[in-house]
Design a protein around this ligand. Structure first.
Ligand SMILES: NC(=O)c1ccc[n+]([C@@H]2O[C@H](COP(=O)([O-])OP(=O)(O)OC[C@H]3O[C@@H](n4cnc5c(N)ncnc54)[C@H](OP(=O)(O)O)[C@@H]3O)[C@@H](O)[C@H]2O)c1
Length: 323
């Protein structure tokens, strides 16, 4: 495993971090298998774990706490997120700060997240949705800075809405935040346009999330894919999105080099972007952990393949199902 500097913090985070949404809320999760996967990741050098209150109403935070207690001699970086008060993802332009992150709500959920994990402190506290217009009202940052000064967390971040990397650039330029979490993968290359240059200029750490486009970039989805009732993916991969996602993924299959898998290609594409501090694939199975972490040692893809993959950029606009 290789490590990268996490923005202006002095943290050295693993290039492959860990996304903990699936194990908290997707159907088919098995806690024993999830804990085995987490432990295998630690053993292989992964040290950055992304959780949220919203991942099973504190469930993934509780698994994260267990992982920390089982590895108390190792420095593992813990990140979590405060849900918006209206519990609506993504945020929309007409949601106000009071709808989503009034100070008393921030305080309540930071305390809850600490209790869920059984920890005294997190490394990174993120707002789970974001609107750049909220910068006009400093109550959110005053509350977060106050809690940070009390040692409840060490750094402050935001997580941007799907397909809206522009809606965070002002926050990056404000100097108020330490990290930004954004979707960046073979399809969603638009953070490179403006967000990443701003992050480099202001030394804001980038967490690249959803490296597999929720599954299509693993190459394992088909037009017949379906999930058990209640699984979030049924609401994202609606027929219209499933068909076009599978079509776009199928176009990639002929260019996967011999001996490489599509998930490996997806991760090594992201590794080629130096602005990214850590990538957080969602993983619940030990064999996925093993394969994904191996991508760090294999390193970024060669320039020729990267050039070909740049042509697979797929710019999308948020819709009612895109969340
Ligand atoms: N708004 C936000 O802030 C927000 C939104 C979405 C996600 N996130 C964060 O980003 C993380 C990653 O996103 P995600 O989990 O939604 O999607 P993702 O990482 O794009 O895809 C996860 C899916 O890929 C599968 N997978 C992982 N490695 C694989 C491999 N080597 N081969 C085949 N399949 C593989 C996983 O299977 P298994 O689970 O069965 O191993 C899971 O079904 C989340 O866990 C969460 O921490 C944040």
């Amino acid at each position: 495993m290789k490590y990268r500097k996490f923005g202006r913090t002095n943290w050295e985070v693993s290039e492959i971090g860990y996304g903990m949404w699936g194990m908290g809320g997707w159907t088919g999760s098995d806690d024993t298998e999830s804990m085995q996967s987490l432990q295998m990741a630690v053993n292989m050098g992964c040290n950055f774990f992304d959780s949220a209150w919203g991942y099973g109403a504190g469930k993934s935070e509780s698994l994260l706490g267990d992982l920390l207690r089982a590895n108390c001699r190792k420095k593992l970086y813990t990140a979590t997120k405060i849900p918006p008060k209206n519990f609506k993802w993504p945020s929309r332009r007409d949601y106000s700060l009071d709808d989503c992150f009034p100070p008393d709500h921030i305080e309540e959920y930071v305390e809850m997240s600490l209790t869920n994990a059984g920890l005294n402190s997190y490394d990174l506290m993120q707002l789970h949705t974001w609107e750049d217009s909220w910068l006009e009202d400093d109550r959110w940052i005053n509350k977060l800075q106050d809690m940070k000064s009390k040692g409840m967390f060490r750094a402050i971040g935001i997580s941007l809405n799907r397909w809206e990397p522009w809606n965070g650039i002002k926050a990056v330029k404000s100097g108020l935040i330490d990290s930004v979490q954004v979707i960046y993968n073979i399809f969603d290359q638009n953070p490179k346009d403006e967000l990443f240059p701003a992050c480099r200029e202001h030394d804001v750490a980038v967490i690249a999330r959803v490296p597999f486009d929720e599954g299509s970039l693993t190459g394992n989805l088909s037009n017949d894919s379906e999930w058990p009732e209640g699984d979030w993916r049924n609401t994202y991969f609606v027929p219209e999105n499933l068909a076009s996602s599978v079509e776009h993924a199928n176009r990639l299959k002929p260019i996967v080099p011999e001996g490489m898998t599509m998930p490996e290609m997806a991760l090594r594409f992201i590794l080629a972007e130096p602005t990214v501090g850590t990538i957080i694939p969602g993983m619940r199975k030990p064999h996925h952990v093993k394969e994904n972490i191996a991508a760090s040692d294999a390193g970024p893809l060669d320039p020729e393949l990267l050039k070909k993959l740049e042509e697979h950029r797929w710019d999308r606009d948020p819709t009612e199902w895109s969340q």
